[in-house]
Design a protein. Structure first.
Length: 637
């Protein structure tokens, strides 16, 4: 796991940016604290920060050249089937000089070019420079586990693992107001767009070839989903359970390879517990880690985590935190975020990663299971909305009543009111619009009113609708749960969940591996009908049933918790001055010119009212943006 960056200059203007390769590489030092390597020639620069995982010797440092000195590579990620690929290449006469997966990838590309991508089982973002042909080849893994941003214009092509590296090249920082509009709805910015007009994200499963000042883009992978085939019950439930068990165990086993200490996140939920159980079968003395919230018992799952750890006899460590412990890291997290991203559970992931890194360099996690197997509340709600009965219609029709009651995430009662309100609002919309509404925290009218007059002139309604339609194209009129899960994979998983884990873990030089996102597991799960995954009484049905005998009985079909943090309490206490007197003050909002202060004042009033609803999420989104603006935009003026 590493950080990568590079530049291909097309002319003398682009060549001026070569002097920034060292600074762009250094900006990624937290991703790779073990080594820095840089290559430059007349028009090309490549930079690499290394977190040593497989073959920790200096021979495996990057940029890595082949023996002919024609091909040079910078690579971020892991190829878990590299030993099998290495043997196949040896059989063809290839001689290897390291024990790294990096060299295997380089040699495979030399022989297969872009066709090599279909043979890789792992997660990655990499660039290979062909000195003879004067080309860059850049690729990203199937689901977007590893990030890659780029800039392409008439003078140059730039790429990097993070925005903080891209900006070191002195790029034009022009705000994309359509991206900002979407961010204020979702609290993140979906690929391929970013907060800056000139910077893009490479889409998962895509590759780029830069040659002769032109950029060619290709797709090597799409989730193989067919709505009719998935609904046909082509495999019976018992056989499907057996196949899932075999595929997931093989995936976990592949992800245990490392030359450094390896452990597993263990929340106490079904996903991480299954991963832990399978890993413990193949790794003795497995170290597991969980995070607990002493002041927030409603969200604390450490007792279940301890139960699972005892069941599998793992070496278990609990990081028991107070609200003060959580708050202590807020400023460090805000400083590290280099593009507005406001999933507040990133705070907990950051601390879990920070503490885990003291014991291990690699951790397995259960990420991806909810999106693959319908594990969220919204999935259960969506299922109910597709076949509404008396109860569902009653909830919808009682929306005016729900609006009279206080709603917040503070306790189980007000949280239930909040959920009823969201369900009732969604029931009045089409399936695609319902999905969009439940994916975010505000509707379009609320965001439009939040923009200042100047901002309204800069964002493009038509462009926004086009981007939204592209995201929702997998939600047809006859939508199913599988259609919703496919949309989740493209939108929520890639742009929220995986971004959060990569950003927060790499801020602490920790590699996180996700067995549920092995492409063989994903392909299989999208061949199964909806009712294998969810029905009216159980979510993640096939996963729970397949591993029922492996796990403690107490875990079966128990309510899901989340990585919640006490934002509302902080906003009303420790962060009140930061919000009221600084980031959302009338003076700053007016000088900045992005937002309409009258609407900001309404949000602040709701924040301190007895009926906050989901306002904490919108306020957090504004705090993140304002902090980012001060650090990235004010300093560049």
């Amino acid at each position: 796991m590493c950080g990568i960056t590079g530049i291909f200059a097309f002319n003398l203007v682009g060549k001026f940016n070569l002097i920034n390769v060292t600074a762009a590489t250094q900006a990624l030092h937290k991703r790779g604290p073990d080594n820095q390597g840089i290559y430059t020639d007349q028009f090309v620069g490549l930079g690499h920060r290394r977190l040593s995982i497989i073959d920790t010797s200096a021979a495996a440092h990057q940029p890595m050249w082949d023996q002919s000195k024609r091909y040079c590579m910078v690579f971020n990620g892991e190829i878990f089937n590299y030993l099998e690929l290495k043997q196949q290449l040896k059989d063809k006469g290839v001689v290897f000089h390291t024990d790294s997966d990096s060299e295997v990838l380089l040699q495979l590309y030399i022989r297969e070019k872009e066709k090599c991508l279909n043979q890789l089982n792992g997660f990655f973002a990499f660039c290979i420079y062909d000195l003879q042909e004067q080309t860059f080849f850049v690729a990203r893994d199937r689901y977007g586990i590893k990030p890659l941003l780029y800039v392409f214009d008439e003078d140059k092509f730039l790429f990097a693992s993070e925005m903080k590296s891209i900006v070191q090249y002195g790029i034009e920082k022009t705000i994309d107001y359509t991206s900002l509009y979407t961010y204020l709805q979702l609290n993140y910015i979906p690929a391929p767009h970013t907060i800056f007009t000139h910077v893009k994200k490479l889409m998962p499963g895509h590759w780029l070839r830069i040659s002769n000042k032109k950029m060619e883009e290709g797709i090597y992978y799409q989730i193989p989903y067919d709505q009719q085939k998935a609904a046909s019950d082509s495999i019976n439930y018992e056989d499907a359970k057996d196949k899932l068990k075999a595929l997931l165990e093989a995936s976990v086993q592949r992800r245990l390879i490392a030359d450094v200490p390896l452990g597993a996140f263990l929340s106490g939920g079904i996903d991480s517990s299954v991963v832990t159980g399978l890993a413990s079968k193949h790794k003795s003395n497995l170290h597991t880690f969980s995070i607990g919230f002493r002041d927030e018992k409603f969200f604390d799952e450490t007792e279940y985590a301890k139960l699972v750890a005892a069941h599998f006899k793992t070496d278990h460590t609990v990081f028991s935190l107070t609200n003060a412990d959580l708050y202590e890291h807020v400023h460090s997290i805000l400083d590290y975020i280099d593009e507005p991203f406001a999933d507040s559970s990133a705070i907990a992931v950051y601390i879990l990663s920070r503490e885990t890194r003291k014991h291990a360099t690699v951790a397995l996690s259960g990420d991806g299971a909810d999106e693959l197997l319908a594990g969220y509340n919204k999935h259960a709600g969506f299922l109910q909305s597709l076949r509404p009965g008396f109860k569902e219609n009653a909830v919808k029709n009682l929306l005016p009543i729900w609006n009279l009651f206080p709603a917040s995430r503070n306790n189980p009662i007000t949280n239930k009111v909040r959920q009823l309100k969201r369900f009732a609002e969604g029931m009045k919309l089409s399936p695609a619009e319902r999905y969009w509404r439940w994916a975010g925290f505000a509707d379009a009218n609320q965001i439009t009113e939040l923009f200042s007059h100047q901002s309204k002139e800069k964002w493009q309604e038509q462009e926004y609708q086009s981007r939204k339609a592209e995201i929702l194209k997998s939600m047809p009129a006859n939508t199913t749960i599988n259609d919703m899960l496919l949309t989740d994979m493209h939108l929520v998983l890639a742009n929220d969940m995986l971004t959060k884990v990569d950003l927060m873990s790499m801020a602490n030089a920790l590699e996180v591996r996700v067995p549920f996102l092995d492409f063989e597991v994903v392909n299989f799960l999208f061949s199964l009908p909806d009712n294998f995954k969810i029905n009216s009484s159980i979510r993640k049905r096939i996963l729970q049933d397949a591993f029922k005998d492996l796990l403690p009985a107490q875990l079966y079909n128990r309510p899901k918790k989340g990585f919640e943090v006490p934002l509302l309490k902080w906003f009303r206490n420790e962060m009140k001055s930061l919000i009221v007197d600084d980031l959302l003050s009338e003076r700053f909002i007016t000088e900045q010119g992005v937002f309409n202060y009258a609407e900001i004042a309404k949000l602040k009033a709701q924040l301190f009212s007895s009926n906050p609803g989901d306002i904490h999420a919108r306020i957090w989104g504004l705090i993140v943006f304002q902090w980012w603006w001060k650090k990235n935009m004010m300093s560049s003026r």
